[in-house]
Structure formats: C-alpha cells, structure tokens
Design a protein around this ligand. Structure first.
Ligand SMILES: Nc1ncnc2c1ncn2[C@@H]1O[C@H](COP(=O)(O)OP(=O)(O)OP(=O)(O)O)[C@@H](O)[C@H]1O
Ligand SMILES: [Mg+2]
Length: 259
C-alpha cells in the first residue's frame, strides 16, 4: 500500500534527515516507527503528507508511492484526497473553536461536510460527544489528542499518520490511545504510528521499523522486534535474554539493514 525506496530528504544544505529510507506499510495493518530524537520520524510523516515544503524540506532522491502512485511533488490537499491523513506532533487543535467546529474543519479538506462521519467519531470518542459545544482550549491534553485524531478521521482516510500521539500523556491515557488506534485499524483504516513509546507502539503494531539517522536500522514483525536485545535495551528498558534463540523462533521475520 505504502512504499518508500531510498527516500532521501534534506532541509537546506545539512546532512540528510532521511538518508535512503526503505520502508513499507501493508493495507489493514498498524505499522510502528520508533527511534530516538532526530532519527527522522517526523520528516518521514511530512514526506508522506506533502508538507515538507512548509518546513523547507525537499525530497531529493528515491521513490515514495501510495497505492501504486507516486507522492513526490503532490500537494498536501491532493494527498488528503488520495486518502492519507496526518496528525502532526503536538496535538494541534484550533483552541478557539469548539470540539464540533474542529471536527467540521477536518472534513472541509476532503469530501465536504459529513454528518455520518461526525457521529461515528462521537461513537469512538464519547468524551468528545459530551463536550461538542465546548471550546477545545478547555480539553485536557489527552482529550485534545483524541480531538486531533478525530479531526484527521473526518477525511475518511485509507491511511492515518500519527506522530507521537502519546507524548506527555499519563499511562492510563496512553493505554486508551493504544486501544483507539487498534479500533481505527479494525474499522478499516491503516495506521502508521510514530512513537518514542516503543513499548506501546510495538505492543499494538503488526510490523515495525527502528529508525536511526534517517535510515531503517531494524525492521520486521512487531513481535520479532520486541524480542530483540537491541530494541529491549534501547527502548524497552530490559534485556530479551537469549537473542539468538529468539531470533530463531521468529526465523525469517526479522531483517537487518546495515547502518
Ligand atoms: N524544519 C527543519 N529545518 C532543518 N532541519 C530540520 C527541520 N526539521 C527537522 N530537521 C532535522 O532533521 C533531522 C530529523 O528530524 P525529525 O524531526 O524528523 O526527527 P524525529 O525523529 O521526529 O525527532 P523527535 O523524536 O525529536 O521528534 C534532525 O536532524 C532535525 O534537526
Ligand atoms: Mg518528531
């Protein structure tokens, strides 16, 4: 469904933020992308949603295709119409607008107003239904994140891009967001989930990629990634024990890229 081959992105003249990135995401799945600060996660999302130019970034090499068609040079609005919705870092909502006005603003980018979609979103997020007439500034951080996700869903995307939806949220809310992401996938929307919270992301994902310095350093099934020592030590705060044995058990699932 989504494929990047050798994608290379630069901001200005510095080192590339994506440096020959190879990554795929399958229809109907949750794909996790984890990695430390500056690894290129947000740049990946911007590349897919057509907003690189807003940040003075450029795709300077490689191929990016969604459903068999290139995304290179396609404007953000056209990408939304093709079925990709991007929820950026920092849960940006229009704080002066009400919850419902925020949702309606999300629909304006694709198929016009969709009352049916609003009610589906209220079913998914009862807390938004209760607060539909309140201004978004009054919502908690977790509720604002739910509103940002709900607004993205208003365009009825095929693929939802979520950039660190759990950042700064309490563990209980993190778990709720994880459940919501699974629900979204079950309702038929594929999800590309960028997270520094690798434990949560790899617990709900089907497959995952570890990014470092703009490249994929490790990729495979989420289960195989969870079991590797590297991921355990870097992101999950523990040791997987016998790495070789675990790799055997997931024989062929895990692929290593040379860094
Ligand atoms: N607008 C920009 N102009 C110049 N350089 C940028 C810009 N945005 C990101 N970069 C650089 O690109 C690289 C990748 O950054 P990016 O924001 O994609 O990483 P990230 O994995 O999302 O990090 P974080 O976990 O901190 O959000 C970093 O070296 C960063 O400094
Ligand atoms: Mg980021």
């Amino acid at each position: 469904m989504l494929e990047l081959q050798g994608a290379t992105v630069r901001y200005g003249e510095g080192a590339p933020a994506l440096d020959g990135l190879d990554l795929t995401a399958e229809a109907g799945s949750i794909t996790a992308v984890v990695g430390g600060n500056g690894a290129g996660k947000t740049t990946l999302m911007r590349t897919l949603s057509g907003v690189l130019g807003h940040h003075r970034g450029r795709l300077v090499g490689g191929e990016v295709t969604f459903e068999g068609r290139s995304l290179a040079g396609v404007r953000a609005e056209a990408i939304v119409r093709r079925g990709i919705a991007h929820i950026p870092e920092g849960r940006r909502v229009f704080t002066d607008l009400t919850v419902e006005e925020n949702l309606v603003a999300g629909a304006a980018t694709r198929r016009g107003r969709s009352d049916g979609q609003i009610s589906r979103i209220y079913d998914m997020f009862p807390v938004l239904a209760e607060r539909r007439r309140q201004r978004a500034v009054l919502l908690s951080g977790g509720e604002q994140q739910m509103l940002a996700i709900g607004r993205g869903l208003m365009s009825e995307p095929i693929l939802l891009l979520l950039d660190e939806p759990t950042l700064g949220l309490a563990p209980k809310i993190v778990a709720q967001i994880g459940e919501i992401v699974q629900h979204i996938r079950e309702a038929g929307t594929s999800v590309l989930l960028v997270e520094q919270n690798a434990a949560m992301a790899l617990a709900i994902a089907d497959q995952g990629f570890v990014l470092g310095q703009g490249r994929v350093v490790l990729g495979g099934s989420a289960a195989a990634l969870r079991a590797t020592n590297e991921v355990q030590q870097m992101y999950l705060g523990g040791s997987a024990g016998d790495d070789e044995q675990r790799l055997d058990r997931h024989d062929g699932v895990l692929e290593r890229w040379s860094a």
